[in-house]
Design a protein around this ligand. Sequence first.
Ligand SMILES: Nc1ncnc2c1ncn2[C@@H]1O[C@H](COP(=O)(O)OP(=O)(O)O)[C@@H](O)[C@H]1O
Ligand SMILES: CC(=O)OP(=O)(O)O
Ligand SMILES: [Mg+2]
Length: 400
Amino acid sequence: MTAATRVLVLNSGSSSLKYQLIDMAGPVPGARRPARGVVERIGEPGSGVADHAAALRTVGEELAAAGHGLDSPGLLAVGHRAVHGGTRFTGPTLVDNGVLAEMEKLVPLAPLHNPANIAGIRVARDLRPDLPQVAVFDTAFHATLPEHAWRYALDPAVADAHAIRRYGFHGTSHAYVSRAAAELLGRDPAGPGGFNVIVLHLGNGASASAVAGGRCVETSMGMTPLEGLVMGTRSGDLDPAVIFHLAREAGMATDAIDTLLNKRSGLVGLCGDNDMREIGRRIAEGDERARLAFDVYVHRIRKYVGAYTAVLGRVDALAFTAGVGENSAAVRAAALRGLEGLGVELDPVRNALRGSGPRVVSTPGSAVAVAVVPTDEELEIATQTRDLVGERGLSLPPPQ
Ligand SMILES: Nc1ncnc2c1ncn2[C@@H]1O[C@H](COP(=O)(O)OP(=O)(O)O)[C@@H](O)[C@H]1O
Ligand SMILES: CC(=O)OP(=O)(O)O
Ligand SMILES: [Mg+2]
């Protein structure tokens, strides 16, 4: 019997399905990835992919064409990125009907994300009912937040009745990157003296976290992925009274305000573009709106770096990750400009060098190391899935 060592990782977004087939046979860094891809524009008119079931059939066809069909005996498990785990799911979870029912209950807290995750799990399970399906939650890494960090200043009777609290997201990335940053700097994440790092995950969604000795102690996203940093299409922090004002003075309905803040704000709201590459091009041409969007974006990051420095007391490293964090030297430079007083000294030459792996971009004398650490949520999901399923998967009978 072939040893089952491969994990199929599925990341179901509202309109896309990303997949990677990862072979966990050898050492985790450098794990082989025999197949990967993305199905986009799910459910959009004319795309030919009606829903997540159709998308997963397409994935199955692409895998089969590459010689790694879903019926392959080498498949150990399917690992799913799941977004909202509430307070119920604080680690990787083997999915059964009870777990799916709990995830359904969390849909109101993550209406953009959880339905797609649930659909992905159901379809994968229908296709391979014999395989363990594991959910790895974005919220899980933030379960260690102390209550003074996760609790909003609301009447607990109201907050608790409605599950209102800070949960935090992108945790799989924050966990992976905080560990990889420690490794890059030759530090034991949870070793003596501890390793304190601020992780800046700047993708389309964006969030910051403060991690002390391997445990997350503060993070910028809240009850939903709307709070915190300025994002591609989300506002991040604003005065909650803005919402009452829009309702009363502009006559906007709740759903319209929700759409405004989640989909038509942030960089796209400020300047019409949410891609930092395009914003960089416009700034180079002297575009004032793009410049202002950039300035608002980096100012928010700088505020969080200051706040999390105070939360941690001592910072060993700042780690930039995800699409913008890994690729935009301009964002890193602007966000950290003038922070020498906090012991942060970016090296302009190292910062400007393009690279693909984890690297240090601060000066040798910088008290706080600044690192660029490419995130790898898929590898983290595959690792957690393999660790949970363990040898169990190896003894499963071959599929009928
Ligand atoms: N070379 C680059 N320079 C600047 N920004 C980039 C570059 N490549 C990607 N990005 C930014 O990264 C974003 C996507 O980040 P990513 O982490 O892939 O997002 P998500 O996983 O949320 O879709 C893009 O919208 C763009 O703003
Ligand atoms: C939770 C979240 O914001 O995810 P994404 O960045 O993928 O939208
Ligand atoms: Mg992402």
